[in-house]
Design a protein. Structure first.
Length: 247
């Protein structure tokens, strides 16, 4: 799991669920709409399938999911969103990629650029940090499973790697194999906690103390921007320190 994903999950556990839940529903609705442009059948539209999985993980009502898909596919009238990607460096030289969905690209670009500048970062050209990340399918499994048995199954499935991080095993796949591996795991009685496509950093920057606080504050504010869908970063902060900062 990426550093930013850890930060997001810990924030949720620290009692900010109500405010995060509303924003999460809004972000997933946008993602469902954009994904549905590629077809309303998740069996042949992997991006839509991932978006539906995210919606189910946060208990979004089925009617909300269906309505968003119909808006995206043109069956119902809805706002048209453009995909925009931003790349740059945050405090302490940490690489940051921002995925946004917006109905006003000029406004969003100006706001993102201002946030980077205000918090000691710099927005760069496309490609300036994307080379640091690999696109991966990421599956999380509770850490209660026997590690040797799970590793054996993961290898048989054809997944690329598995690591254990505190309460979870994180399994990495190529994006195209994500749901095939998920289904195989579940057929073997392995419960999956989350399934997503993530940008996984090839290398990380270790941060502690004030530098860690400053970066996480910046990511918090960046995530609050209405058009921001996902943030990917290559920071490495110990989980205990993240929990302390979030408290």
């Amino acid at each position: 799991m990426s550093g930013h994903s850890k930060w997001h999950n810990i924030r949720v556990k620290k009692g900010k669920m109500d405010s995060i839940r509303g924003k999460t529903f809004s972000k997933i609705t946008k993602e469902l709409m954009v994904a549905a442009r590629g077809g309303s059948n998740p069996e042949i539209n992997n991006r839509l399938r991932v978006a539906i999985e995210k919606a189910k993980e946060v208990n979004m009502p089925a009617e909300n999911i269906e309505r968003a898909i119909k808006k995206g596919s043109g069956e119902l009238e809805g706002v048209s969103y453009d995909e925009v990607f931003y790349e740059g460096y945050g405090p302490s030289g940490v690489a940051i990629m921002v995925e946004a969905l917006t109905d006003n690209k000029n406004r969003t670009t100006a706001e993102i650029r201002s946030l980077f500048s205000k918090y000691g970062g710099s927005l760069g050209e496309n490609g300036c940090v994307s080379w640091i990340f690999d696109k991966k399918g990421v599956i999380q499994v509770p850490g209660s499973f026997d590690e040797d048995k799970l590793m054996e199954l993961v290898i048989e499935c054809g997944a690329e790697d598995m690591i254990k991080e505190n309460e979870y095993y994180t399994i990495f796949t190529i994006p195209q194999d994500l749901f095939e591996i998920k289904n195989t795991l579940e057929k073997n009685s392995v419960k999956t906690e989350s399934v997503q496509v993530d940008m996984v950093p090839k290398n990380t920057i270790k941060l502690t103390g004030d530098k860690a606080v400053k970066l996480l504050k910046f990511l918090d504010i960046l995530e609050e921007q209405d058009d921001v869908q996902n943030i990917y970063s290559n920071f490495d902060i110990d989980e205990e320190e993240i929990k302390l900062i979030a408290s």
